[in-house]
Every structure is written in C-alpha cells, then in structure tokens.
Design a protein around this ligand. Structure first.
Ligand code: THU
Length: 129
C-alpha cells in the first residue's frame, strides 16, 4: 500500500462532526512501515486532534521515532496544509529534507519538505546552555 492509499483510506474514519473536514495522514517510518491517522474532533473543541498527530502517535507507539516521508490529504480546494503545531510535531521525528506531500481528494498534490513547512524550527539546540 502507498502512503497516498493509506492516507486516503484512514481519512474515511475521521471523526469530524463539528468541522465536517476530514483529514487523513500517513507517514513512513525509517523501517519502511506505514502509520496512519485521522483527525478526531471532540465536542469540547480544543480537545480535538489532527490527523498528523494520530499518525505520529501510532508510529511512536509501534516503537519507531524517525519518519522518512509523509502524506496528508483532505477534501479541500487546495492542498491541505498542516497546522503550526503539527509542523512542530512532524519536525520532532524527521530531518528537514523529508518529503511531505499535501493533497486534495480531487487529485491535486503539492510536494514540500519539513524544513520548508517550518523554517526556524525550535529544536534541542535552543536549550543548550
Ligand atoms: N486538521 C488536520 O487534522 N490536519 C491538518 O493538516 C489541518 C487541519 C483538522 C483539525 C480539525 O479537526 C479540522 O481539520 C478542521 O480544522
């Protein structure tokens, strides 16, 4: 299964009754395994989680901490773009040159990288004394 297929399939399971905006994300761990996640909203709105966060949680729960590719898809008119928090979450587990594909269910794809998504990323170096 490709990342696109995994992200497209998991998107169907999104719990998005408040925004009606279903998102699917799939990441490939360094092992080659694919991990998928969808957005999970909550009636207490700030408690909702993004698709990217779900995919990352699945990867870490499986024992992996590096991702080498990501794919995010939604039914948006232009390729869906990860929120600021998810950019930081992705950057935690990926090198800057990791390829991230942003897609629409209509077939538009935009390829970018972790570094382009989050220039000036906060990293462990900032905490060095
Ligand atoms: N959302 C994601 O899951 N990932 C993104 O990249 C953008 C936004 C979700 C959060 C919320 O459930 C809905 O889309 C609308 O913001």
């Amino acid at each position: 299964m490709s990342l696109k297929e995994a992200a497209t399939a998991v998107r169907e399971n999104a719990h998005a009754p408040y925004s009606n905006f279903k998102v699917g994300a799939a990441i490939r761990g360094a092992s080659g395994k694919i991990y998928a996640g969808c957005n999970v909203e909550n009636v207490a709105y700030p408690e909702g989680t993004c698709a990217e966060a779900g995919a990352i949680a699945a990867m870490v729960a499986a024992g992996e901490t590096r991702l080498i590719e990501a794919y995010v898809i939604a039914g948006s008119p232009t390729p869906v773009t990860p929120c600021g928090g998810c950019r930081q979450k992705l950057a935690e587990f990926a090198d800057g040159d990791v390829r991230v594909t942003l897609a629409t269910t209509g077939g538009i794809e935009q390829v970018t990288t972790i570094a382009d998504l989050l220039p000036g990323v906060f990293n462990a170096g900032h905490m060095a004394s």
